[in-house]
Design a protein around this ligand. Structure first.
Ligand code: SF4
Length: 233
């Protein structure tokens, strides 16, 4: 009987030890990932993106708490994750022919006097000249892109189901782009995101040179439209 108790107490002690090792292991692993992320944010370069992404998926909740503990704002963390995702997807995006890519603009980028009407495929731009979507949308279409102006993510899902693009470029506010990239990741779609410069429901802004730079990924210099070369120079 005494022997049995001793075996049990040893077993419980061992389980306790293993639990502690696992807890400390997870904690230090998350700490390492957060440290690597903060270093990446401070240098503006994403180190070991695949390792970071896989690790963050395992310890997401704890990592978020640690980011807060180290004084990082949620928006800084979201921006970092978008950069991480973009860094990982850049090569695959470049390899998809432009004719198999789609670009999604949020409706908030339009002018408040936009005359476009909502259709089952989003807003149909009339190229009225009141906002830059008309101009850049045409340039993108000439390049081979399918261009959509959408009021919400449900339109993106519907258009992806209908047209089966192999890669998408999404423009939106931080949370929209982050959600969009995660959604694309889940369904195995290559996605790149560009965050708007100003949040809001109307007349938001985006760095068009950056949008066009991403849109031109993988194109040979002679295939890049002069409008894009001009804006990038
Ligand atoms: S250019 Fe197109 S999207 Fe912009 S305001 Fe005019 S119709 Fe609307």
């Amino acid at each position: 009987m005494q022997l049995d108790l001793s075996i049990w107490s040893h077993a419980i002690f061992l389980i306790g030890e293993i639990t502690l090792v696992v807890i400390f292991g997870i904690f230090f692993f998350a700490l390492f990932l957060v440290g690597l992320s903060i270093y990446s944010i401070s240098t503006g370069r994403v180190y070991f993106p695949r390792f970071l992404k896989a690790g963050m998926m395992l310890v997401e909740g704890l990592a978020k708490s640690l980011f807060r503990f180290f004084g990082l704002e949620d928006c800084e963390v979201q921006t970092f994750f978008i950069n991480l995702q973009n860094t990982m997807n850049k090569k695959s995006f470049s390899e998809v022919p432009v004719t198999e890519r789609a670009v999604f603009f949020p409706q908030c980028l339009r002018s408040s006097s936009c005359p476009a009407h909502l259709s089952p495929e989003g807003l149909k731009c009339k190229s009225c000249g009141a906002c830059p979507i008309g101009f850049w949308g045409k340039v993108l279409e000439k390049m081979g892109y399918r261009v959509f102006i959408v009021p919400g993510s449900s339109f993106i899902k519907r258009m992806v189901k209908k047209y089966h693009p192999r890669a998408i470029l999404g423009i939106g506010c931080l949370s929209e782009v982050k959600e969009g990239l995660e959604m694309a990741d889940k369904i195995g779609l290559v996605a790149m995101g560009v965050v708007t410069l100003k949040d809001g429901c109307v007349e938001t802004l985006v760095a068009w040179d950056l949008v066009m730079e991403v849109a031109s990924l993988g194109l040979s210099p002679e295939d890049i439209p002069p409008e894009i070369k001009e804006i990038s120079s």
